[in-house]
Design a protein around this ligand. Structure first.
Ligand code: SAM
Length: 251
């Protein structure tokens, strides 16, 4: 039985067997959590979890990671635990006074660490799911990002990044999505300042991971020069499929 703890909630993976109430209660006391849930799967373009409460009555919690606080409701939004290192890697790359765009912000998985650990001038955090967007706003306040800056440094935007991105220009654009991220490359590159950097996530068959993502970036960049700066394997996404990130500077 595999499990993970998010905030004060113990999540059992979906191959757990039927545990008795007393076994669940002993797990709750052992891990000092308030609820125990099972997440069957994540579905749809909004990446919504299908959650079942096994013990306790709440799926809302505050999770702390890398000195950042994330309020979330596990029955409404997912928690991508596998991306922890990547979230900090990006936060450390952000230079002072940069303008950053987070195209698939979620509850602020990448935006919040950038706001807490880096010193950008502005972060446009775009999110389509109204539930995630509400938590994104909460998490900007919870981490006091705009309060400490003394201005609206981090701007939460509810909408489809295809239509929102063209309203802004950025020096660094995060494309943390899966399966169809390439469809958003034209919007991203259209918003990227000359010499800016995109962090392009792709879930890709292992045999194509060193070619298809970069080819797609170059195709979307047209006559703008593409320099690949880095290539990161984030995690195994599914059998034979990797979640990778290409850092590319586009002139
Ligand atoms: N970028 C974060 C990360 O990598 O950890 C979140 C990843 S999560 C898989 C993708 C997020 O993108 C979800 O919160 C989903 O609602 C949002 N999303 C999906 N389509 C979108 C779109 N067209 N515009 C903005 N957000 C979108």
């Amino acid at each position: 039985m595999k499990w993970k703890i998010i905030g004060k909630i113990l999540i059992l993976d979906n191959d757990y067997d039927d545990l008795s109430k007393s076994h669940l209660e002993s797990l709750r006391d052992k891990f000092h959590v308030k609820s125990i849930v099972k997440i069957d799967h994540i579905e749809g373009s909004l990446r919504e979890p299908k959650t079942e409460i096994l013990l306790g009555d709440s799926t809302e919690t505050i999770h702390k990671e890398n000195g950042c606080y994330f309020k979330l409701d596990l029955s409404k939004v997912m928690w991508a635990k596998g991306n922890t290192n990547e979230r900090m890697r990006i936060a450390k790359l952000v230079k002072d006074d940069e303008v950053v765009m987070d195209m698939f912000a979620g509850i602020g998985y990448f935006s919040i660490p950038i706001g807490v650990h880096a010193n950008p001038r502005k972060v446009y955090s775009i999110e389509l799911n109204p539930n995630s967007y509400e938590f994104l706003k909460t998490n900007i306040e919870l981490n006091k990002i705009n309060q400490k800056a003394g201005y609206e440094k981090m701007v939460p935007i509810l909408g489809d990044c295809r239509f929102e991105a063209p309203k802004y220009k950025a020096d660094r654009i995060l494309m943390g999505y899966v399966k169809i991220t390439h469809e958003f490359l034209p919007a991203a590159i259209g918003s990227l300042n000359p010499g800016g950097i995109i962090h392009y996530h792709e879930t890709v068959p292992e045999k194509l991971m060193y070619t298809r993502p970069v080819d797609r970036i170059k195709e979307a960049a047209g006559d703008r020069e593409v320099n690949v700066l880095d290539f990161t394997k984030v995690k195994k996404y599914s059998p034979g499929v990797m979640h990778i990130v290409v850092d590319a500077q586009i002139e």
